[in-house]
Design a binder for this molecule. Structure first.
Ligand code: ATP
Ligand code: MG
Length: 366
């Protein structure tokens, strides 16, 4: 997958501009607060309309304007395609090859990228939600169906929790609960099955990358930790049964707390370095290397499953890595189109083969 051109209109602080990147490494450099991350964020939006740093679409629109528009021409699925994203306060719209789509999520199966930004370091240190999001975001990029399943699961979960609170006041509603349980178990089983597969594949590859990055001194491994006893080899039917059993066991506690206490939304993915949970024991350098390994692994799994290289978006990655690690990283990404932001024009040879974009106060020059 390659971006052929990308245009911004009223997006963040970026001047209305069209970038024509090269197939290899594209360096976006400039001082702080000039608009480098905004370019990375804009490209990432084509993966389904979500930003990696805000939930609010309003923030994406240039101050004082009422809408923003992004256009991307890219080569994917063996042909040239065109995507347009329009952002207004409270809604986004997407069109692909001139055809208007119902939701921006429709972009998911068309455009595929992997992003690394400093925000991703929270993958290690924060709570389970960050790690679930990492895996969920990857399985959604692979298949639109997964995104829809996840959406339905979250909606049902909210409704079930509301019902549990109602039952606290009116015990006779208890009989209606099984209807929700059944639906939630079917969707939950589907999500967890996909997550288990993805976690295993990412774990194998991330281990290899981490070995390379840490020069063989560390072993990285992922472990899916389930709130309802899901196991690697479980079929969707077995997962569904386990979820229903857990629901029945939890019933009194769930009514008491007004929340669903186990299921896909309570699982975690432990990231282990030398068999120690990195959440509690990893140093800053280890965190950075582990997240980089996970991102490279994510790219590798997506490449295998989708049959083409995802676009790689790296925000502020190189600055913190020593020379050996930079070389390792750039070497692993050969064949991919890469966008990298940094504050200084690098003197690395691999980088000089690509294109350089200079960003100043929202204007971009090649
Ligand atoms: P750093 O090197 O510090 O990471 P950067 O070049 O990546 O800097 P960006 O995060 O891209 O900087 O942000 C550049 C500027 O965009 C910020 O100064 C911010 O105030 C501005 N900005 C953010 N959102 C908007 C918006 N909606 N309208 C106008 N300007 C905005
Ligand atoms: Mg930045």
């Amino acid at each position: 997958m390659k971006v052929l051109s990308v245009s911004f209109h009223h997006f963040r602080n970026l001047a209305d501009v069209t970038l024509l990147p090269c197939d290899g490494v594209n360096i976006i450099y400039g001082n702080n607060a000039q608009g480098k991350t905004n370019i990375i964020e804009g490209l990432w939006l084509f993966c389904g309309g979500h930003s990696f740093r805000t939930q609010s679409f309003r923030e994406l629109i240039r101050f004082g304007e009422s809408s923003a528009r992004l256009d991307c021409r890219f080569f994917g699925q063996d042909r040239e395609q065109q995507a347009r994203l329009t952002i207004e306060t409270g809604k986004r719209q997407a069109s692909i090859n001139g055809v208007e789509k119902k939701t921006a999520a429709a972009l998911i199966e068309k455009f595929c990228a992997v992003v690394f930004s400093p925000e991703n370091l929270s993958l290690i240190k924060r709570g389970p939600a960050e790690r679930r999001n990492f895996i969920d975001s990857a399985i959604c990029r692979e298949k639109m169906r997964n995104a829809l399943t996840l959406q339905r699961y979250n909606r049902l979960l909210k409704q079930r929790n509301a019902l549990l609170k109602e039952i606290q006041k009116n015990d006779s509603l208890k009989t209606t609960l099984s209807l929700w349980d059944e639906q939630l178990a079917v969707l939950g089983a589907e999500i967890v099955r996909q997550r288990l597969d993805f976690t295993r594949m990412i774990s194998e590859r991330a281990a290899r990358y981490h070995q390379g990055i840490s020069r063989g001194s560390e072993e990285l491994r992922l472990r899916y930790v389930s709130s309802f006893g899901a196991q690697e080899g479980d079929t969707p039917e077995e997962l569904r049964q386990k979820l229903l059993t857990k629901c029945a066991q939890n019933l009194q506690n769930e009514i008491f707390t007004g929340s669903t206490l186990s299921g896909a939304h309570r699982d975690d993915i432990e990231i282990l370095i030398n068999d120690k949970n990195s959440r509690f024991f990893a140093s800053q350098g280890q965190q950075r290397s582990a997240v980089l390994s996970l991102k490279l692994a994510e790219a590798s799994v997506l490449r295998e499953r989708m049959g083409e290289n995802p676009v790689i978006l790296f925000d502020d990655v190189l600055s913190e890595l020593d020379n050996d690690r930079q070389d390792y990283l750039l070497n692993e990404l050969k064949g991919c189109q890469v966008f990298i932001t940094c504050c200084e024009k690098s003197n690395k040879e691999q980088l000089n083969e690509g294109k350089v974009f200079y960003v100043k106060n929202g204007t971009v020059t090649e």
